[in-house]
Design a protein. Structure first.
Length: 164
């Protein structure tokens, strides 16, 4: 049986990964999994720092990996709104699709910091529940760890340089 395709995203905070994920999931009739939704549901009001995020995100990953592999194995496409912004995050995605030999697409949204910060400001107004964590300070903290994907990593990468 053919495996479903896994789509995942790399891009700085505020680059539009979640928006793009929702669009692609709808266009391709795929299952959309959002890390923010899982974290908010399972660990409400527990994430107020980058360290909290890392801790709770790591608790989710083993179960999410099994779930995604199970869905892909049925031939259903999956779009993951989970960040692939560091080498270790991308290696986690690689383990998901390579262990079951499923096709994948890494979408790299490459936008300047000023654009991302403007979009974060807009999101804070539209989603007040995110105001505590969606700040310029958090953007700076998170962006320190951001590593753009390289061709040497061997992913099927689509680079987006503006929101089309």
């Amino acid at each position: 049986m053919n495996k479903g395709s896994l789509t995942f995203f790399c891009g700085k905070m505020g680059s539009g990964k979640s928006t793009r994920a929702a669009e692609i999931a709808q266009e391709s009739n795929a299952v959309l999994l959002s890390e923010d939704e899982w974290l908010a549901s399972l660990y409400p009001n527990r994430i107020s720092s980058l360290n909290d995020y890392i801790e709770y995100s790591n608790l989710l990953k083993p179960q999410i990996k099994k779930l995604v592999q199970s869905i892909l194995s049925t031939g259903t496409n999956v779009v993951m709104d989970f960040p692939a912004n560091t080498l270790s995050q991308r290696n986690w995605f690689r383990s998901i699709f390579s262990e079951i030999e499923a096709p994948h697409n890494l979408i790299y949204i490459d936008l300047p910091n000023e654009v991302c910060l403007k979009q974060i400001g807009k999101r804070r107004k539209e989603q007040p529940e995110r105001a505590a964590t969606d700040t310029p300070d958090m953007f700076e903290q998170v962006t320190k760890y951001f590593v753009a994907p390289t061709s040497e990593e061997g992913f099927n990468t689509t680079k987006v340089t503006q929101n089309a």
